[in-house]
Design a binder for this molecule. Structure first.
Ligand SMILES: CC(C)(COP(=O)(O)OP(=O)(O)OC[C@H]1O[C@@H](n2cnc3c(N)ncnc32)[C@H](O)[C@@H]1OP(=O)(O)O)[C@@H](O)C(=O)NCCC(=O)NCCS
Length: 201
């Protein structure tokens, strides 16, 4: 079989939103928690596909995308572009108060109205950032490692010295994976652990 790792194509968009939802509860399926299934993807997938599609890679064995990694080369520039182009229409579509307080949907709507800025100490030497999610059938087979390696190569070729990510304290499996791949702790802020590593092999 040829490698299932390939660049993102626009037809993958729906599958990637779905993967985001099905891994959105600290790595577990979050679909039962959301009334609006696309909400998580609108925050954690959509802007990367729209603004940095050349850094989006997927796993596809011929049955459709089952995993992805997404990246932003320059986190500050990405945040500013989202503020100008991505969040305003989403905020109109999802006004504050449209979901019951305390619901998963309300949490994500609050986030898109006030998206957190990556801390200065994190972006200083690790200006890029990434997301990675694989459906259960793709997990544990070395594909996460391969996706990260392919993304690091692209970020390095584009001139980035370092990449960071934020992971929830409730996802120890992912934290172990990142540490195993050479990511080290940059900052612990509340429930979020920021990890980073150089883009060199
Ligand atoms: C976390 C995730 C991306 C890891 O990808 P994966 O394909 O399952 O991991 P791999 O099989 O490529 O593992 C790569 C290496 O890390 C090691 N590893 C994986 N998890 C580990 C852990 N918790 N602790 C220590 N090592 C770990 C593997 O043993 C493997 O080692 P080797 O290559 O030296 O033999 C994937 O499981 C996933 O998508 N989970 C659900 C979504 C999620 O949690 N995303 C992260 C959100 S921040």
């Amino acid at each position: 079989m040829s490698s299932p790792l390939r660049p993102y194509e626009p037809r993958d968009r729906g599958a990637l939103y779905d993967i985001c939802l099905r891994t959105g509860d600290s790595g577990a399926d979050a679909s039962a928690s959301f009334a609006v299934p696309d909400l998580l993807g609108e925050v954690y997938v959509g802007p990367y596909l729209a603004f940095e599609p050349e850094l989006a890679l997927v796993l596809d064995d011929g049955t459709g995308a089952g995993g992805y990694t997404l990246g932003a080369l320059d986190t500050r520039a990405f945040e500013e572009r989202c503020e100008r182009e991505w969040w305003p229409p989403l905020r109109e579509r999802h006004p504050l108060g449209e979901h019951p307080p305390g619901s998963a949907d309300a949490g994500v709507v609050a986030l898109l109205h006030r998206p957190p800025r990556a801390p200065d100490v994190v972006v200083e030497r690790h200006p890029s950032h990434l997301h990675i999610d694989l459906l259960p059938r793709w997990q544990g087979g070395g594909w996460g490692r391969q996706l990260i390696a392919a993304l690091l190569e692209r970020l390095s070729a584009a001139g980035s010295p370092g990449v960071h990510l934020g992971v929830g304290a409730g996802n120890p499996r992912a934290v172990g994976f990142y540490r195993h791949l050479g990511f080290t702790e940059l900052l612990a802020a509340g429930d979020t652990l920021f990890l980073g590593r150089s883009t060199s092999p």
